[in-house]
Write a protein that binds this ligand. Structure first.
Ligand SMILES: [Zn+2]
Length: 115
């Protein structure tokens, strides 16, 4: 069995949920991009740019779940569940950056309105 190869019938439900999360993040990014292209609104553009972070995060979560749900093997007799912590460890440090982005965007709109 290859490292990330699951038989079709044994795919764990959390892997399907992570795949749906990736698909939904891509759909939302696409909708915001289309909204920007149709309207030219800078708000949609900045929101779409921020959605890129969500797409990257969903993909990291998918890969972490994919690795974490692999069955035990000779090298990891207790399974690979700890691999899911990689997702939290990589996404957690983004939150201060996200908060800063959110605050700067809102303060720009409040303090420097444009017609
Ligand atoms: Zn292993």
């Amino acid at each position: 069995m290859r490292p990330f190869d699951f038989p079709q019938t044994t795919r764990p439900p959390q892997l399907r949920a992570a795949a749906v999360s990736v698909a939904v993040s891509l759909l939302i990014l696409s909708l915001k991009a289309v909204a920007y292209l149709l309207t030219g609104s800078v708000a949609f553009l900045s929101d779409a740019a921020e959605s890129v972070v969500n797409v990257v995060g969903a993909n990291i979560a998918f890969l972490a779940v994919l690795a974490g749900t692999r069955p035990p093997d000779a090298g990891h007799p207790y399974g690979h569940g700890k691999a899911e912590y990689i997702s939290g460890a990589t996404e957690g440090p983004w939150w201060p950056w996200r908060g800063r982005r959110w605050w700067s965007r809102r303060s720009d709109v409040c303090c420097s309105p444009y017609p």
